[in-house]
Design a binder for this molecule. Structure first.
Ligand code: ZN
Ligand code: ZN
Length: 175
């Protein structure tokens, strides 16, 4: 798929056109051209180190989504994207290197065009990395919290003075 078409899809999902979505789209373009594909069943896992506009391009264009669990967010504040392909056991990491010297004030539209004209290699530091993807999303039992009675994933229940409670109730207890 052409980059303009990818960008169009991503911006419809995201809600607006912006340089962030262009950066995410360019990262996806590289992934699609290098052995990663749209992933309805968790074949591809994306690990992102930011939660800005760019990540919406990854969700809609690669189907690495928050709900399926094949989008993992680390809150590191870095424009870095790692893709794992469970089929080929390949992994690649793209780190944004901000190659743009925005000399004069460019409009958003001009910035977007500039980003989309670049080769991914010009915009990202790209390297193959070890294949050690996060585990598949697990389905596990839910147990009611002793305090609020809301069903809670068993692995997220906290133990407090002999009671099992959800994280929300636990935090209130600890205050
Ligand atoms: Zn945006
Ligand atoms: Zn609770």
């Amino acid at each position: 798929m052409e980059i303009s078409e990818l960008m169009k899809k991503a911006s419809i999902f995201h809600g607006h056109l912006c340089p962030g979505v262009a950066i995410g789209t360019l990262a996806v373009k590289y992934a699609l051209d290098n052995g990663f594909q749209f992933s309805p069943n968790e074949e591809v896992v994306a690990v992102v180190e930011n939660n800005n506009c760019s990540v919406d391009a990854i969700q809609v264009l690669l189907s690495c989504t928050f709900g399926k669990g094949n989008l993992i967010f680390h809150d590191y504040g870095k424009n870095t994207y790692t893709f794992y392909n469970r089929k080929t056991q390949k992994a690649v990491r793209l780190a944004y290197k901000n190659p743009f010297k925005w000399k004069k004030k460019l409009s958003k539209e001009e910035q977007i065009q500039l980003i989309l004209q670049k080769k991914p290699e010009e915009v990202f530091e790209i390297k193959n990395v070890e294949f050690d993807p996060p585990n598949f999303a697990r389905i596990e039992d839910s147990i009611p919290c002793d305090i609020c009675k809301e069903d809670t994933m068993s692995s997220r229940l906290m133990d407090y003075q002999g009671s099992k409670m959800c994280i929300d109730c636990y935090k209130k207890m600890k205050k």
